[in-house]
Ligand binder design. Sequence first.
Ligand code: IPD
Length: 271
Amino acid sequence: MPGGADGPTPWALAADLDLAERVARAAGEGLMERFRGPAQGVERKSTETDLVSEADREAERTVAEMLHDERPEDGMLGEESADEAGSSGHRWVVDPLDGTVNYLYGLSAWCVSVALEDSDGVLVGVIHDPAGGETYRATRGRGAECNGRPIAISGHDHLPTALVATGFGYDADVRASQSRALTHVLPRVRDIRRGGSAALDLCWVAAGRLDAYFERGGHAWDWAAASLIVEEAGGAVDRLEGEPEGLVAASPALLPELVELVRAGEANARP
Ligand code: IPD
């Protein structure tokens, strides 16, 4: 493993973070050029509500080319491509466009998510939000920042007054079950937000703009970079076991109660 038994050196971590940011910005630049222009090459993926366009594909090509050039031995998992194994023990986990539906409708909540993992988990994470003019970055054990300024979670610990974000999958059966679980959660929190980009929801938890997030059915590329950003901003994340897997993020004090509430809602939701 690069960095030896004691882990990566500060120099190596700084280089990883710099590369993650350059890659996210390069993909974001191409996406901004096409944003609110005529959508091209739009195709359905898992269902007719799950879309991909030429913008997503081009952004992922940009990321893949830069990473292959600069880190040919690293693996890469991208939303629009196969999981490529590398030989270095490092893998990039990339969502070239999180919030595809928002993007295609001209809504500004979308971002590029780039994470680098080693055998201990995510090492560095960058979420670049070009339309919002914000770039979130975190390095394991070294804190999180937005546009160069340190960020911290709200620290909110009272569930009935917590502002909670969530998201929905693209499969109608999964959505039906999610909506029944939501019926249990909604009367027990301040309110719910559905922003349309899981990675940005998590960054907003990290920045204290939302108190918590939960969703069953996201993917590694939606969560990898943003989970590290939440943790490094003082938050906690927990996986919801099952198929599909889920994720909950909140302050450490709020997390167990929210996990319990979501699980209770899901138990009610089961037919
Ligand atoms: C989706 C968004 C959405 C979440 C879905 C994701 P995509 O990602 O993050 O907020 O609810 O679960 O699939 O499809 O826009 O990359």
